[in-house]
Design a protein around this ligand. Structure first.
Ligand SMILES: CC(=O)N[C@H]1[C@@H](OP(=O)(O)OP(=O)(O)OC[C@H]2O[C@@H](n3ccc(=O)[nH]c3=O)[C@H](O)[C@@H]2O)O[C@H](CO)[C@@H](O)[C@@H]1O
Ligand SMILES: C=C(OP(=O)(O)O)C(=O)O
Length: 420
């Protein structure tokens, strides 16, 4: 298995080009299942999760071509299966996002239950109950969700008692082809939801209110293809900004979407970073200073994103002063804490909060993490730690960061990938 070998590096310095957002691209590629016309997606990041999605769509019979690295062309006219197998779903939970589109366009879908994952149980009850409200018959049998609908799905008023990004996306896609109007209440407000709504509307859907907690979808009988550019990745952007701040450096993130990062930029400013923003870039300058520890509590958008929590735990460890990072979205998202402790971090877990004393002098060590953002936090720790840090199991990082070692190297980091 590949690993990243990281040595203590100088303050990061330079410019980095941000890739398309993984969490926008995954649902966007699934919109191809809603039409028998050609769909073209650009600014698609080169990631393991994208390859898994493409493999899954191919398995369903979707015609796929990838004319260049960041472009994916899909055509579902030749669809010949409605089954998302366990083999693929177990490697990527977002596979559940085929459920709504398949059910809406084909009247049936069999999708392996995703099951829990390293960061929490992550049930899909809201996806299922929402589709049931729209008239679907759903049973779970031998680990598979088997959903059917007699005729078209019917528009419905759906209140979700938790804010769920994936359920909002699944139901928004399904409702686009349903008969009548669907209202999603307590919907997720993440920028990736807005991106999906924009793409659906380009295909002829009638979605309004995306970005608020009340989304209205007037179903249409059929949808066209699309030519859609994926939103920049706000979590990749935030990760590079934290890496820059932790190293005392100066980094400009280009091709970014500054208006998707308010909560993260606010915390970085509290940490003492000087932030300048343009239309599509963000520059962070620590002016050689150490960051100050901050208090962070995750929440659904526009709150502080859980996908940036681990990176801030690392930042707080090496910052001056004590800090608190509280996780409210996932029940088990602190796998990075014991690994950071092994690197010398003075940090303690109290319930769902990571309390840090600050000023930790990190020392390199072999570490590993069982999820994507925990791995990212260990990479940041490796850049500042004395000596050498080996980050193992980096297939997690490859799910969500395009060419992370090349991008960090270009900023002056001492990092390489060792293949095994
Ligand atoms: C591919 C993708 O976009 N992944 C993101 C998406 O994941 P994902 O869409 O899976 O996360 P959700 O927003 O659905 O999960 C939020 C919370 O709701 C709970 N829940 C969710 C659905 C459900 O039916 N029942 C239920 O109880 C989950 O267990 C979790 O505690 O949003 C998360 C929260 O911002 C991010 O961390 C992930 O990076
Ligand atoms: C948790 C994440 O992704 P996923 O929902 O695909 O597991 C993430 O991107 O941090």
């Amino acid at each position: 298995m590949d690993k990243l070998v990281i040595k203590k590096s100088p303050p990061l310095d330079g410019r980095v080009r941000i890739s398309g957002a993984k969490n926008a691209a995954l649902p966007l590629l699934m919109t191809s299942l809603l039409t028998n016309k050609a769909c073209r997606y650009t600014n698609v990041p080169q990631l393991r999760d994208i390859n898994t999605t493409v493999a899954l769509l191919k398995e369903l019979g979707v015609e796929v071509s990838r004319p260049d690295n960041n472009e994916v062309m899909l055509n579902a006219a030749s669809l010949n299966s409605v089954t998302a197998s366990y083999e693929l779903v177990r490697t990527m939970r977002a596979s559940i996002l085929v459920l709504g589109p398949l059910l809406a366009s084909q009247g049936k879908a069999n999708v392996s239950l995703p099951g829990g994952c390293a960061i929490g149980a992550r049930p899909v009850n809201l996806h299922l109950s929402g589709l049931e409200k729209m008239g679907a018959e759903i049973e779970v049998d031998e680990g598979y969700i088997r959903a059917t609908v007699d005729g078209r799905l019917k528009g419905a008023r759906i209140f979700m008692d938790m804010v769920s990004v994936g359920a909002t996306e699944n139901l928004m896609m399904a409702a686009s082809l349903a008969e009548g109007k669907t209202i999603l209440e307590n919907a997720a407000r993440e920028p990736e939801i807005v991106d999906l709504a924009n793409c659906l509307n380009q295909m002829g859907a009638k979605v309004t209110g995306a970005g608020t907690d009340n989304i209205h979808i007037e179903g249409v009988a059929s949808l066209n293809g699309c030519d859609y550019r994926v939103l920049p990745d706000r979590i990749e952007t935030g990760t590079f900004l934290v890496a820059a701040a932790a190293s005392g450096g100066k980094v400009r993130c280009e091709a970014a979407a500054p208006d998707t990062l308010d909560a993260v930029l606010d915390k970085l400013e509290q940490a003492g970073a000087h932030i300048t923003i343009g239309d599509d870039w963000i520059e962070l300058d620590m002016q050689g200073k150490k960051p100050r520890a901050v208090k962070v509590k995750t929440a659904p958008h526009p709150g502080f994103p859980t996908d940036m929590q681990a990176q801030f735990v690392t930042l707080n460890c090496i910052a001056t002063g004590s800090g608190v990072v509280t996780e409210t979205i996932f029940e088990n998202r602190f796998m990075h804490v014991p690994e950071l402790q092994r690197m010398g971090a003075d940090i303690a877990l109290e319930g769902n909060s990571a309390m840090s004393k600050g000023g930790s002098e990190l020392k390199g060590a072999p570490v590993m993490a069982t999820d994507l953002r925990a791995s990212a936090s260990l990479v940041i720790a490796g850049l500042i730690a004395e000596g050498e840090t080996d980050v193992n199991r980096i297939y997690h990082l490859d799910r969500g960061y395009e060419s992370i070692e090349d991008k960090l190297s270009a900023l002056g980091a001492n990092i390489r990938r060792d293949k095994e």
